[in-house]
Structures are given as C-alpha cells and as structure tokens.
Design a protein around this ligand. Structure first.
Ligand SMILES: Nc1ncnc2c1ncn2[C@@H]1O[C@H](COP(=O)(O)OP(=O)(O)OP(=O)(O)O)[C@@H](O)[C@H]1O
Length: 291
C-alpha cells in the first residue's frame, strides 16, 4: 500500500465561538488533482493552512508524505510547493534576491523553468531588480507561483492562485499547470472561485461545507450523473433519490430536486409523466451543494 500524500483525521478548528472545521477526515493520494470549492468563509484557507502545519489546530492529526505536518523533515518540506492566498513574499527583497534565497533551500531547483517563466510572465530586467513591495498584486502572485513551481514539488497547494491575474495570465498559468505540473504526476490541491478554470483542468472537485468535505468526485462523473428534476410539487415532494444534493421550491410554485442519478433512477424518472430532467452546470452544482 502506498503512503497517501496527505492524510487528515478529525481536523477541528474553532475561532471564538465559530466552529470553522468540524472533524475533517480527508486523504489525498499521489497524482490526484483536486479543486477545493466552498463559499466565502467556508474554511478553505484554514483547512489548507492546517494541512500544511501552518496553523494550530484544536484536535486532529495531519500526515504529509507519512510524516506529522507539524514536525516535517527538511526532505519532506522540500517536496511541497505552496501559493498562499495572501502574499508571503519577503517584500523588501527584489525578485532576483528572493529567488536566489529560495534556490539555496531546495535540493531540486529548476533554474531553466524560473528563467522561462520570468521571461514569459513579464519580469524584465527592471522588474527583477525592483522591490517586491512595489510590484503590482498580479506580479507578486506570479512571483509566488514561480517560487512554488521552481523546486518541482511533489505536492503543490494553491490557495486562489489566480485571483489577481489578468485573463492572459490566468490562461498562461493554467497551461503551465496542465502541460507541465500535472503531466509530471504532481499531486495538486487548489482552491478557486473561478469554476471555468476547474472545467479546463478536468479534476476531482471537493466541496467544503459546514466544516467538512461534503462531497468529492471526479468533475466529469459529477456533471454526467447530476440532473435537475423538475415537476409537480406534490409528486416530487415524496420522491426520495439515493444521492440528493438539494431540493428547492421556486417562487413560481415549481419544485426541483438536484441529485446524482443512477441509471435506474434516470430511466424511472424519464418514464414518469410531467417530470422534466435537465443537465446542470458546475455553477448550479456549486449552488446546490454549498447551499
Ligand atoms: N485568525 C482568525 N481569527 C478569527 N477568525 C478567523 C481567523 N482566520 C479565519 N477566521 C474565520 O474563519 C472563517 C473561514 O475563513 P477562511 O479564510 O478559511 O475561509 P475561505 O473559505 O478561505 O474564504 P474565502 O473563499 O473568502 O477566501 C471565516 O469566518 C474567518 O473569518
């Protein structure tokens, strides 16, 4: 049996009276590429920070590459790349100084990739010698991504990595992620609110809701099996489906259920009079699962 890259058990985190994580059990295996979704304030950043041993937890344990996250060996630490939501760059340095510093910390550091990305992402000679504090938010985010990719990590964790990037920067970053990072078999966890980005990468999606992973599945399977069933409120009110994600009574009196349908359920509902079955988008799914 191979050791999971991430193994979390009973992760709990409370801020004052607010319980943000409520006993998360989660495992991420080698080579998985997972998009982490959840409403604002659902606890995605908190979960990621607990996962990487950057935040104290209430009860709970996290193992990374089989080692306790809070007491990682240098070797295990060097296998992780992290792009935080808020820049943690040493902003009194220049990009060249920052990258030179990090180069000394990692046994593996792909200088060719660094130069290539710096060139492609608009770091000319002047920008490379400018204080990071004086770079734009998007440039800082690009630099943070370059720093995380340079050591060719086995686990790459990205917390809303494209939030400050312009559309060209986003597309370019996604291309890099798909063509190089994922292609190499890297395990990737990334949180985003840009659902179309997830659809480009074709990954598993995990939904964080009420302090737990409420649902995780390959995105393609999820979209293929999930349907919105609309019909007569009285008939649908008593309908029970195996994997129901949500039910809504609309203002116009219509009633709909969003559920993952088995082939049998699908056949049964298609044959039922007055029932409509429609595909759902990832946005619909997000709304239902995180409602
Ligand atoms: N240091 C802290 N002290 C008090 N509350 C905190 C602290 N850090 C996070 N929280 C609270 O925990 C909740 C989850 O925050 P978190 O940043 O993890 O959510 P998120 O899912 O990443 O949100 P977003 O999508 O908006 O980035 C929020 O209600 C936040 O206010």
């Amino acid at each position: 049996m191979t050791t999971p890259v991430v193994a979390m058990k009973g992760i709990t985190r409370t801020f004052g009276s607010r319980s943000v994580l409520r006993g998360v059990d989660w495992q991420i295996d080698s080579g998985e590429v997972i998009g982490l979704l959840g409403r604002n304030g659902a606890g995605k950043s908190t979960l990621i920070e607990c996962m990487l041993g950057l935040r104290e937890m209430d009860p709970g344990t996290v193992m990374l590459f089989g080692e306790p996250a809070g007491d990682l060996s240098e070797a295990a630490r060097a296998r992780i790349g992290y792009v935080p939501q808020k820049s943690d760059l040493f902003d009194w340095l220049t990009p060249d100084q920052l990258l030179a510093y990090f180069r000394t910390l990692y046994p593996r550091w792909n200088e060719h990739k660094v130069e290539h990305l710096l060139g492609r992402w608009g770091f000319d000679a002047q920008a490379r010698r400018q204080r990071i504090a004086d770079l734009s938010g998007g440039q800082q985010q690009r630099l943070s991504i370059i720093r995380a990719l340079a050591p060719e990590p086995d686990l790459l964790v990205l917390d809303e990595p494209v939030a400050s990037l312009d559309p060209v920067g986003r597309r370019d970053f996604l291309r890099e992620l798909v063509d190089d990072v994922i292609e190499r078999g890297t395990t990737v966890l990334f949180s985003t609110h840009i659902l179309s980005d997830l659809e480009r990468i074709a990954v598993d999606v995990a939904f964080l809701k009420e302090g737990r992973i409420a649902l995780q599945a390959p995105l393609d399977d999820l979209l293929e099996s999930t349907r919105r069933v609309t019909g007569d409120p009285d008939a649908l009110a008593t309908l029970r489906l195996d994997q129901e994600l949500g039910r809504v009574r609309h203002q116009d009196g219509a009633f709909s259920i969003v559920a993952r349908l088995t082939p049998q359920e699908s056949a049964r509902l298609h044959a039922a009079p007055g029932v409509r079955i429609d595909p759902v988008s990832l946005e619909d799914l997000f709304e239902e699962v995180t409602r």
